[in-house]
Design a protein around this ligand. Structure first.
Ligand code: GLN
Length: 537
């Protein structure tokens, strides 16, 4: 079959959950046996979100091939299990960079380079994934960031308009809008949706399918009104009501025939509705999980989205362990030796979060000391692992001034130090140790058991600093051991204190590869240990 291109845009307000809808469409089509990919186009000028502060756009997600991307790629992977690549994340910055590089090389032979057609052509090329001709997809879903009407998304809309014209039935436009409820009038209002569609039409794009985000159920009269004002078939007006979990969304969309509507638009026979049994089993487990387990997230960003993948990985691992994980964010900047016991009271386990820079790290070190000395399950990720190492060096090995050279370049005990190949790096963007690397596990270790007794795993990284091997002997003699290392370079990737119940730090980010149907083994094992502890208490 020809590849079908689905474009997902959003109107009225941001944060409607375009990423979840795109991921759900991907999931539903995948369940029908189609080969699907999902990509995100962001209209900002940064080349990638790697240099963005998490307060701007939440977590930076990392693909296996080492691209720093928007957190929506995390939803795509968690929903579909598809491994995304650098082709799945495009920004205005990257588009311009490609065009400007060509201009500098002289490829345009003296032409005036304008937004139309040069920028729009480059957008189209990427929407069509022309760099990846050897990869075959039945459906390419393209989500465009931002909201209709933004100045900066205009070139993307123009590219979609042209592609629709060019692709005919092989293109489908899904537009997500918002239907607010006005309490004073006790009414749901469709006007913003009408305006948003009009705006889209003004750019030459007629949406095929409308997904209406709403906090209240929309009856047929409202859907009919939207359909007739917006030139969309009634069966193509779908509602996305608030649900207790984002993972319910694919099923809700399937119930309303969103995937069937897409197939009908393209002329593909609809066929039987897939049962999606593994997904439904997961949802049943989620609904059934009653017992609560309290887990602390120790980090410096007091913002839900900053640790998105970690939160989701914990939730998923909880569901598969039949518990509801209650995550308590603890701001590491507010932690001190005097209040740590109070802050961690009632916690069955803690995660020490990744991060950059010095802000809040002493709080992470205090937390690591408390959980080590009180044998509370502890999972340190990247910077979190580094803080566990520093704490151990200071308080067990007796190197009172041990530190990472990221925080203290002159520390005499640089137990965490910059990687050799990073020393010559001067640019910040995209220059860390990024993406998937092999890790060899130590047979007999707890993590080796957790991973199902495999000798090697592959995990994703995003860091410049690492464990300083000069100190490895001293650590191992005192009970913190390396249980995972890079086979070639002997970089320490996992440390563990085997005498404790669960005290593990990973230099890599396991949270990036946890999915709904395959929760990550380390998160599974961590939660299991939290549950065991909670029973004893
Ligand atoms: N700042 C640390 C480093 O660069 C840790 C990075 C992280 O937590 N992702 O090594």
């Amino acid at each position: 079959m020809d590849t079908i291109y689905i474009f997902v845009t959003g109107g009225v307000v941001s944060s409607l959950g375009k990423g979840i809808i795109s991921a759900s469409i991907g999931k539903l089509l995948q369940a029908r046996g189609y080969r699907v990919t999902i990509q995100k186009f962001d209209p900002y000028i940064n080349i990638d979100p790697g240099t963005l502060n998490p307060y701007e756009h939440g977590e930076c997600y990392v693909t296996d091939d080492g691209m720093e991307t928007d957190l929506d790629l995390g939803h795509y992977e968690r929903f579909t299990g598809i491994r995304t690549t650098r082709h799945n994340s495009v920004t205005t910055g990257r588009i311009y960079q490609a065009v400007i590089d060509r201009e500098r090389r002289g490829d345009y032979l003296g032409k005036t380079i304008q937004v139309v057609p040069y920028i729009t052509d480059e957008i189209k090329r990427r929407m069509l994934r022309e760099d990846e001709k050897d990869e075959q997809f039945d459906f390419v879903i393209t989500e465009v960031g931002g909201t209709i009407g933004d100045i900066e998304s205009a070139p993307f809309m123009e590219a979609i308009r042209q592609l629709r014209w060019q692709l005919g039935r092989n293109a489908v436009c899904v537009h997500l809008t918002y239907v607010p409820y006005l309490r004073a009038a006790d009414e749901l209002k469709t006007k913003p949706t009408q305006h948003s569609v009009k705006e889209l039409q003004g750019m030459g794009i007629q949406p095929d399918i409308l997904v209406l985000r709403t906090e209240r159920h929309l009856d047929d009269a409202i859907r009919l009104k939207v359909a007739s004002f917006c030139n969309v078939d009634l069966e193509c007006v779908v509602q996305s009501e608030d649900v207790p979990s984002i993972y319910e969304v694919p099923v809700r969309m399937q119930q309303q025939g969103l995937d069937a509507a897409i197939l009908r638009k393209t002329g593909i026979p609809v066929g039987e509705t897939p049962a999606m049994l593994p997904w439904r089993r997961f949802l049943d487990k989620q609904r059934g999980a009653g017992r609560k387990v309290q887990v602390a997230l120790v980090g410096k960003y007091d913002l839900q989205d900053a640790y998105k993948s970690i939160r989701e990985s914990l939730n998923l691992a909880g569901i598969y362990n039949d518990v509801k994980v209650r995550i308590h964010f603890i701001n590491s900047e507010e932690i001190c030796a005097e209040n740590i016991a109070e802050k961690l009271a009632g916690m069955a386990g803690i995660v020490i979060c990744p991060g950059f820079g010095s802000r809040g790290i002493e709080g992470k070190i205090i937390a690591a000391e408390y959980t080590r000395t009180h044998d509370i399950p502890t999972f340190g990720i990247c910077l979190g692992m580094q803080m566990m190492v520093i704490e151990f060096a200071r308080n067990v090995l007796g190197y009172r001034d041990a530190n990472s050279t990221e925080t203290d370049p002159d520390t005499p005990h640089n137990v965490i130090d910059m990687m050799e190949e990073q020393k010559s790096v001067t640019e910040m963007g995209g220059t860390m140790r990024l993406g998937g690397y092999e890790c060899r596990l130590t047979e007999g270790s707890r993590v080796w058991e957790a991973y199902g007794r495999v000798s090697h795993v592959r995990e994703r990284h995003r860091h410049r600093y690492e464990f300083n091997n000069r100190y490895l002997d001293a650590f191992e003699r005192h009970g913190m051991v390396c249980v995972g290392c890079h086979p070639g370079a002997h970089l320490v990737e996992i440390v563990e204190v085997p005498s404790l119940r669960w005290y593990v730090g990973t230099q890599f980010h396991p949270e990036y590869s946890s999915t709904v149907l395959h929760p990550h083994p380390l998160f599974m094992d961590f939660i299991k240990s939290c549950i065991d502890g909670a029973t004893e208490a």
